[in-house]
Design a protein around this ligand. Structure first.
Ligand SMILES: Cc1cc2nc3c(=O)[nH]c(=O)nc-3n(C[C@H](O)[C@H](O)[C@H](O)COP(=O)(O)OP(=O)(O)OC[C@H]3O[C@@H](n4cnc5c(N)ncnc54)[C@H](O)[C@@H]3O)c2cc1C
Length: 534
């Protein structure tokens, strides 16, 4: 037996952004025994900790899913990196700290998700945040999730912000402040120049505490449901299989792809689809795996021989070595980069309730999600549609729990998304053509005619893909066909909660790490309240 106890009060599945917060907040109650189960490893090596080593992230830390061929993107297969190991995607992400727009949460509440309006979620964001600028009405100053200003941003990324200002796009030094609109440098989830994943923020402080068991390298194959109630999980570690029991219940935090996959493997999902794979039905829930929403991103690379930018060259290798040395000694320098250093939020449609396009500057030329090595130095500009109308899906490829799920984000299948992304791409191009950015002499790779709708659309369909924010596949809502109710409890199966990005009924207008962590913490409150009431 390789787990000391196989009986816990609560089992949390998945040690990512939401799962780390949920497990830690549950374990804050010494009366509860909590087990956190993670398929990947501990993720505590120097590569994970050093922000600028992101391109060298070990394969074991990334599920690296391929999508199905997308008809809407000329049959292209997309890529969906997802963190594997403690911290989950927060251990491999771009560290941008953004909560979204207050409208997003008020909209969730308006959709019937009572208790999820901005005034409800703000205290949780504040409680979690340890902003080095200090706390105020909108920020927390002493929470476990450290939020810092960047230590060594590239002057080119600052020129991007300055150029936008020339076009009357206001400067914004705090995207989580009173106004989201505008351009600026992002704040990042780092501490002392190191990546501050959800695991470092929430789990590390509990190391050695008696009531939290963290089990890594254990793949959860399914949730055990007996007489309509979740009573444990079936796991596999190496060649060994075992069932762990949960007296109080199970929290599923395996992410926007993992959570619907595990539910389906457990017999909870669209009945006909489960029958195709020979899985015994526990409950027919057509919305499991439906409603996938993600930020579709158009990107352009610019070549620029500037040593402050990352690039494959002898000089680039030398800068990396120097940067590594400086980072080790002082926690400063180029390797503190989060790559997505600057950007911001603009409103293209006059009737939009909140900014509808996000722009990013990346301190390297990105091609094929960084998987293709590009010679020379440069940067990338990105534009993404913040509240897409397109909907995709997640399904089972196989009844084998070790097989990757089938994923189709259906990007740009709704024409409204395409029309908006065209306008966002045009604005991004105008910024690149405006001083001081234009004066740096960067050369656009593969230029396109931005005035020609058809040519621009063809280019967008040829190069766009995710900017890594899938949500919605176990959506929360007030109706009987929503997967979870507003207390994140799964409809129709007792003692089972879902807490991660998958529950978002609508994608938020911004990056999704902080919102996922907020969801994890809220779930811990719901579970505790439910256990107390039982
Ligand atoms: C490359 C990249 C860059 C990003 N950049 C940013 C950014 O700059 N800012 C931002 O706000 N957001 C960013 N995001 C998005 C953000 O990190 C995610 O939205 C967020 O981490 C999702 O949290 P989660 O808890 O839903 O899932 P995850 O953090 O992905 O956690 C799911 C966990 O469940 C585990 N798991 C899955 N299946 C099983 C199983 N069967 N058994 C056991 N464990 C399992 C996984 O290994 C993982 O640890 C980025 C994401 C990526 C991938």
């Amino acid at each position: 037996m390789w787990v000391e106890s196989s009986q816990f009060d609560v089992i949390v599945v998945g040690g990512g952004s939401a799962g780390s917060a949920a497990a830690a907040r549950l374990a804050a109650d010494p009366a509860l025994s909590v087990c956190l189960i993670e398929a990947g490893g501990r993720n505590d090596d120097a590569i994970v900790r050093t922000p600028g080593l992101l391109p060298f992230m070990p394969k074991r830390s990334n599920w690296a899913f391929d999508t199905a061929p997308m008809d809407s993107l000329n049959g292209r297969v997309g890529y969906q990196p997802r963190g594997r190991g403690l911290g989950g995607s927060s251990a491999i992400n771009g560290m941008v700290y953004i909560r979204g727009n207050r409208w997003d949460y008020d909209n969730w509440a308006a959709l019937g998700c009572t208790g999820w309006g901005w005034d409800d979620v703000l205290p949780v964001f504040k409680r979690q945040e340890g902003n080095e600028r200090g706390g105020d009405a909108l920020h927390g100053g002493d929470g476990p999730l450290n939020v810092a200003d960047q230590r060594a941003p590239s002057p080119v990324g600052i020129a991007f912000v300055d150029a936008a200002e020339q076009l009357q796009i206001p400067r914004n030094d705090d995207f989580n402040g009173p106004r989201q609109e505008g351009m600026g440098l992002y704040q990042v989830t780092q501490k002392n120049g190191q990546r501050w994943s959800a695991a470092r923020a929430f789990l590390d402080p509990l190391a050695g505490s008696g009531n939290l068991t963290v089990l890594t390298g254990a793949l959860v194959e399914r949730i055990v449901v007996e007489q309509g109630r979740a009573t444990g999980v079936a796991i596999r570690r190496g060649n060994k299989r075992e069932e762990l029991r949960a007296r109080g219940g199970v929290v599923l935090s395996a992410g926007a792809f993992g959570s619907p996959q595990i539910l389906m493997l457990s017999g909870i999902g669209p009945a006909a689809h489960l029958a195709e794979h020979g899985i015994a039905l526990v409950r027919d829930v057509p919305a499991v795996g439906a409603d996938l929403q993600d930020h579709c991103d158009y990107l352009v690379g610019y070549e620029l021989d500037d040593p402050t930018l990352f690039g494959a060259s002898l000089r680039g290798m030398w800068s990396m070595l120097k940067g590594l040395f400086e980072h080790r000694r002082h926690g400063t320098g180029m390797l503190t980069t989060n790559f997505a250093e600057s950007g911001g939020f603009v409103t293209i449609r006059p009737d939009a309730p909140a900014p509808d396009i996000q722009l990013h500057f990346i301190r390297a030329i990105i091609q094929n999600h960084g998987r293709d090595k590009v010679r020379g130095h440069g940067f990338s500009l990105h534009a993404c549609v913040l509240r897409p109308e397109s909907r995709g899906w997640v399904r089972l490829r196989s009844a084998d729990p070790a097989a990757p799920p089938a994923i189709n984000p259906n990007f740009l299948s709704d024409e409204r998304d395409m029309a908006l992304l065209r306008d966002g791409a045009r604005l991004m191009h105008r910024i690149a053509e405006t001083p001081p950015l234009s004066q740096l002499g960067a050369r656009e790779r593969n230029p396109v005619d931005y005035h020609d709708d058809a040519a621009l659309e063809a280019r967008i369909r040829a190069v766009s893909d995710t900017i890594y924010h899938p949500v919605g596949t176990c959506r929360m809502g007030p109706n009987s066909d929503d997967v979870v109710d507003p207390t994140l409890a799964l409809r129709g199966v007792e003692r089972l909660w879902v807490a991660d990005a998958s529950i978002m009924p609508r994608l938020v207008s911004g990056n999704t790490n902080a919102p996922s962590i907020m969801i994890g913490e809220r779930c811990a409150d719901f579970v505790r309240a439910s256990l107390q009431a039982a």
